[in-house]
Design a binder for this molecule. Sequence first.
Ligand code: TEU
Ligand code: CA
Length: 585
Amino acid sequence: VPTKTWWKEAVVYQIYPVSFFDSNGDGIGDLNGIRTKLDYLKDLGADVLWLSPIYKSPLADMGYDISDYRDIDPRYGTLEDWDALLKGVHDRGMKLMQNLNRMDLVVNHTSDEHDWFVQSKSSKQSPKRDWYVWRPPKFDAAGIRQPPNNWRSVFEGSAWTYDDTTEEYYLHLFDTKQPDLNWENPDVRQAAFDVMQFWIDRGCDGFRMDVINLISKVPGLPDAPITEEGQEYQSGSMFFANGPRVHEFLKDMHLKVLSKKDLITVGETPFTHDASELAAYVLPENKELNMVFHFEVMDLDSPIDGPDTSPLLWKKWKLSKLREIVTRWQQYMREEGFWNAIYIENHDHSRCVSRFGNDSDQWRTISAKMLAILQITQGGTQFVYQGQELGLKNFPKSWGIEEYKDVQSQNYWNKILAQRKAASGGKEVDMSDVLDNFQKKSRDQCRVPMQWDNSKNAGFTTGIPWMRVNEDYETWNAAAEVKDTNSVLAFWKKALKVRKQYDVLIYGDFVDVSNDHPTVFAYKRSIQGSKLLVFMNFGVEEADFKVEGSDKTKLILSNYDDEVPSVKGADFFRLRGYEGRVYQL
Ligand code: TEU
Ligand code: CA
């Protein structure tokens, strides 16, 4: 039996501040806006709030490009507003919330406008020079200047940008405005620890650590092998994901900072599907982090082995693969003492009801509820993203490229547009397939304003919203769902209560009993005499399903509202479209 701990049982609610609630009419969500919604969050069942970055930033990557770690961006408010928000959270009188507010920490890279980088780029002699990764150019056979290696940025193009001042390149795994810090330098590590201490001293209760598995790079920064034919740059992740010194760095962070307080810590760990590799970050005896966000479910509908591996491209996903992934991680947790963060939506992906459910009028509510069942019946700490609890869906196909604000979307679009223009000799080119992919997969889908009520701009702002509001807000909004006992929101509240009532959902064993059914995912959870059976039908057609040894004693959660579900015989079930049920055995 895993050790019981408050952060394992917690429900974390992720807020994307810029799109949550605007308190002063400038079209941008802010800290005071969040403060006015705390009762809504408490009522939902959130124990911990995670704010995406609100530090000073030029917002090239919406705040994941930080120019001052110790100050709030004026668009979001002030340090005093942050203190007031924290007090509001702690004042809600909920025991669990007291220590549980979290901040987002981004220390793989800074903004190029951060004073550290400004100094670093000013001269090779700058004391901050070695705080970032600088390299001299290479020259090809024709004598043309080339980047030091062939790595591609996650946001397209080379991972290196040339700087005229000192005639060298700097490394940026993400945007050109996000230079990577050089964690090899002990002063950089200490500076990051000092930032963490600054926020802990101010009362912050934990950290979500952005791309924390990328902080150590293989020395020499070798060229990546060519895995994507025809691409100018290649994925270098084997040389920067889970690099040689990452565990040394995190153990040091734990010793010097994290161990001093009972914090909640979550590492974001992309480019890794191997559970044993991620376990190293999380196993308690290693003294690093509490849990990680693995990416395997998120990569389910991405062309990860294709000629273009961009996560913005959509590939049809398979239920058999989802079952295999969920089962493998759930079992790994029980065997190895590993702990996981459970999420199916966040600010880097599209809406889960559009991705894994069915967002048509007929099935939207029912499938959004079924996905809540999928989430809360898995062991691991729960993460819910703003609007997920309302069943919000992707915005429509009719929206043009001008509605896509994310740097990842823009850069990808510009790359493909340039390629196609070059190939067509300057003629008009068709980009509709790219737009279709974006409609399914872009990060913009989750970043449009939160839908609070049916007033103008969904009640998000009285001004002009920074991103267009989705078109369904008059019927799909928090105010309407609070009143409706059949809403997705009402279901999430119920589901989170069930989650807290049954320890087995958090700590129990996991056995897949789906029997290769074409549309059903079914599993049993058990711990010390307590046994649950979970069913979900991922299709619109009725599904008949047999499971041995299941005398369905008690239905504890179901997404259909009739009391008597269709059951035939002791071991036989008939599930309706997107029906999900949880039985106690
Ligand atoms: O995300 C890391 C990351 O790997 C993502 O870029 C992911 O691959 C992509 O979004 C999938 O479409 C973190 C943050 O969550 C993200 O918002 C930042 O843009 C990124 O780091 C850089 O800080
Ligand atoms: Ca505002």
